[in-house]
Design a protein around this ligand. Structure first.
Ligand code: ADP
Ligand code: ASP
Ligand code: MG
Length: 820
């Protein structure tokens, strides 16, 4: 005989009852069946609510009426679907239950007290209704079915609400009942049992799985099948982790650890009785009966090192500490005995090696009772100072990795903790089971989903993800989106997932939970009405549990730059070609680096100097290797490189500026380039990179424009006025040419001073040849002298700049790759 247990999710409607009946009917051709049923989905919760309402002295009748209607609806639907079904027994059960509930709840309401033995009788009613209904449906389907009474046949001991199975006693009662009546199918309620005195005892919330196991063990069934709403046990809760993997085989120990640490698919006590009698357990899907499911038995095996990740929430971590713990025999056992006496389950224990403290987790719901029990147990020690006041951390969660294979492999724990660090999770306590098949960390509950997600990514999917939020979709931003779109297939082949979740301009933001369709983002953004703010992005990233969010700022806005600190603190990486943050006050410059370090996030701005040229990274590399910047000289502006090249060729200042603007070589306002401020900012970034403590005001700047020239007018008015300068410029160019020199706009760092100026260079000077938008940087360092380290190439343009930004975005992964 085999045992089939169907959970509440499989009994949510008559349609589901019918599907269950169908599954059972088909199996009867192979084996005799003992069917263990939960209450229809939601009914036990309603019963809990009813007792709570009555306990508070409030009016429970409306909810009782709702329960009545639910039962009636199920019965009426059953009558319609199965006209042959004999539903008298089910109707009798309903009437009986309502009378009982009315009386007991009134008692509870009057007394404002609900003893556990009464609560047990109330909460277990839903399963009994399921049994009556299913028995009728099976019989109507020509399956010879007999209902058994779980309260009298399943024996247990201990707490009324959380009893422990007495398999030996149940063995006798159940086998007698089964041999006493011949049928193809026996139906029995899950969740309920009785103690030696015959009083109703429950097997704990979600305890029908345990019932299934007790019945299977008691009758030595050939298998115990737990039918639910998923295809089997997954590597993580499939509702939480999108690409959780189905596990085909688990050992008893693995299943026990996973369920103990929160995998709801199986009640933690289920495996014990099955393992004892070596009964295989299958997790199957009622909605997809053909799927093979997960097999749990003695063999387990499978080649996965880590089988699954589970999490347990709503916990409090209690720490008992003080000199009285050291070397005193029996203190730990007193701690846990006091918890056991108060029927509080303890889910993780760690003891400091100095024996000065013991920490353990209890359900937060039981914290008050736990504190009370400890206070009573250690009253004396607390008074005399042998124990310190208990320390309590609430809103905690446990994340656990489980797998038999972990025992033979090194590095799993390291990878686990690296993953938690990557998810920016603070680990409060750690425990490993003695057989090394599970490792658990206590963390703050708010971080739990992210922790599970990152661990799963690192241990199972191996596809790291980058979650992009782009602010600013001008030339560079748009090109970046086009590049990301073009590279999707390539990145996919390299096992990296780059998803753009948000695109914002200065006013609105477009967000999409599944990632934005990069082919049509313009239309979508233009029809979005959601205002852009850090709070919006941050809230989105948190709700979606994005673990690697990157803010890409492609604006030149000071206002956006001033928010990087908040973004870093909120867990975003920041990638930008915008120079404003790095050239704001030195204090802000330092703050950004500190925050990035503290929050384990990257702040990357390679394209702020030399666009796509690898300037910053190279310089950082040299400095890390002990080098030192001695001097610098370079053409740092693609726009001015282009403009001065063209001036040399005889084009007027106004014409070349117009042309450069049209080609996208200048900032939207060309004054930003011509004023020299853009170069000054780049120079300052280089100087600060090299360790100099300078402000922007320390950079000496010679503007291309005369002081105050068209400073306060619009861009178009400025462009209209520019021809006024043409004559003076062409004169200057001719005079320089006459001397055999060329004019170049140079940034230099000499003796710790930064200077930006128009310089006349001899024709053979290396920078004299740099034009057409090219950048050239001569970096004189202690290692690179007398010949400097030189970088040359396009230093402007949407394609190279976006590619540089893209490459920075990819570098945010370096953390994850270290974890791999
Ligand atoms: P039932 O009503 O059948 O008892 P439960 O809701 O108690 O069903 O258990 C099934 C649910 O367990 C699934 O829907 C799933 O969300 C959850 N679950 C949690 N962890 C896991 C896991 N590792 N594998 C499969 N399901 C899991
Ligand atoms: N119906 C009970 C509960 O909801 C038992 C179960 O479904 O396993 O806790
Ligand atoms: Mg369940």
């Amino acid at each position: 005989m085999r045992v089939l247990k169907f959970g509440g999710s499989s009994l949510a409607s008559v349609q589901r009852f019918a599907e269950v009946a169908q599954i059972v009917r088909q199996l009867t051709s192979i084996d005799r069946i003992c069917l263990v049923l939960s209450a229809p989905q939601g009914v036990t919760n309603t019963l809990v609510e009813l007792t709570d309402i009555a306990y508070l002295g409030s009016d429970f009748s409306p909810l009782l009426q709702q329960l009545h209607q639910r039962y009636q609806q199920l019965t009426e639907d059953a009558a319609q679907c199965f006209p042959a079904a004999q539903l008298d027994q089910a109707r009798l059960v309903i009437a009986h239950q309502l009378t009982q509930l009315q009386a007991q709840l009134t008692g509870v309401q009057l007394l404002r007290h609900c003893p556990d033995h009464i609560k047990a009788q109330i909460l277990g009613l839903g399963e009994q209704f399921s049994v009556a209904l299913m028995t009728a449906l099976l019989n109507a389907n020509q399956v010879q079915t007999v209902a058994l009474d779980a309260v009298t046949l399943v024996k247990s001991s201990g707490d009324y609400l959380n009893a422990t199975a007495d398999v030996a006693a149940s063995e006798q009662t159940l086998s007698q009942a089964i041999t006493g009546q011949s049928a193809q199918v026996y139906v029995i309620a899950g969740f309920v049992s009785s103690n030696a005195q015959g009083e109703t005892c429950l097997l704990g919330r979600n305890g029908s799985d345990y019932s299934g196991a007790i019945v299977a063990a008691s009758i030595r069934a050939s298998a115990c099948e737990i039918w639910t709403d998923v295809d089997g046990v997954y590597s993580a809760d499939p509702r939480q982790v999108k690409n959780a993997k189905l596990i085909d085989k688990l050992s008893y120990d693995e299943a026990m650890e996973l369920s103990y640490f929160g995998a709801k698919v199986l009640h933690p006590k289920t495996i014990g009785p099955l393992a004892r009698y070596n009964i295989p357990c299958f997790i199957k899907n009622t909605l997809n009966p053909a799927a093979p499911g997960t097999c749990i038995d003695n063999n387990g095996e499978g080649d996965a090192l880590v089988k699954g990740i589970s999490s347990l929430e709503h916990l409090s971590l209690i720490t008992v500490s003080g000199p009285g713990l050291k070397g005193v025999v029996g203190m730990a056992s007193r701690v846990f005995a006091s918890m056991a006496r108060s029927q509080i389950s303890v889910s993780l224990i760690t003891q400091s090696s100095s024996e000065f403290s013991i920490s353990f987790c209890v359900p937060q719901l039981h914290l008050t009772a736990a504190k009370k029990a400890l206070q009573q147990e250690f009253e004396l020690e607390l008074q005399t100072g042998l124990l310190r006041p208990f320390s309590i951390l609430s809103d905690m969660a446990i994340v656990s990795l489980v797998g038999d294979g972990m025992r033979q492999h090194r590095g799993v724990a390291a990878k686990f903790f690296a993953s938690l660090a990557q998810a920016r999770v603070n680990v409060v306590a750690i425990a490993q089971d003695s057989s090394e098949r599970s490792i658990s960390a206590v963390i703050e509950q708010t971080a739990c989903k992210n922790a599970v997600k990152v661990c799963h990514e690192n241990f199972f999917s191996h596809i790291p993800s980058i979650d992009v939020f782009l602010v600013g979709c001008g030339v560079v931003g748009s090109e970046l989106l086009a590049q990301i779109q073009r590279q999707q297939a390539f990145l996919h082949s390299r096992q990296v997932k780059v998803t753009v979740y948000g695109i914002a301009n200065s006013k609105v933001v477009l967000l999409n939970n599944d990632g934005i369709d990069l082919q049509h983002w313009q239309q979508q953004l233009s029809s979005s009405s959601q205002a852009f703010s850090l709070a919006t992005l941050n809230q989105f990233a948190q709700q979606q549990h994005l673990t690697n969010p990157v803010l890409v700022d492609c604006t030149s806005s000071e206002q956006v730059a001033s928010q990087y600190a908040d973004f870093l603190a909120a867990g975003f990486h920041v990638v930008t070609p915008n120079k404003k943050a790095n050239t704001a006050s030195f204090a802000y410059y330092q703050k950004l680096r500190l925050l990035a370090q503290q929050h384990r996030r990257r702040f990357l701005y390679e394209t702020t100097v030399g666009a796509g040229l690898p300037v910053i990274d190279t310089l950082q590399g040299l400095l890390n290797a002990g080098d030192e910047l001695l001097a610098f000289e370079g053409i740092l502006s693609g726009s001015l490189s282009y403009i001065f090249g063209e001036l040399e060729a005889g084009v007027s200042l106004s014409d070349v500026t117009q042309k450069a603007k049209a080609l996208g070589f200048t900032e939207p306002d060309p004054r930003d380039d011509l004023s020299g401020m853009d170069v000054a900012r780049k120079l300052l970034i280089l100087a600060r990179e090299a360790g100099m403590t300078l402000e922007l005001s320390d950079v000496e700047v010679e503007s291309v424009l005369p002081a105050g020239f068209a400073a306060d007018v619009s861009i178009s008015d400025f462009m209209a006025k520019l021809p006024q300068l043409d004559a003076a410029f062409s004169q200057r160019i001719s005079a320089t040419k006459a001397e055999g020199k060329v004019l170049r706009y140079i940034g230099e760092i000499v003796d710790g001073k930064c200077k930006v100026a128009i310089k006349a260079l001899a024709a053979d000077h290396p920078l004299a040849k740099v034009k057409d938008g090219e950048n050239a940087l001569a970096i004189h360092t202690r290692y690179y002298q007398p010949i400097p380290f030189v970088l040359r190439g396009y230093g402007a343009g949407a394609a190279v700049t976006s590619a540089g930004v893209f490459s920075d975005i990819m570098r945010t992964l370096s953390w994850q790759q270290q974890v791999e």
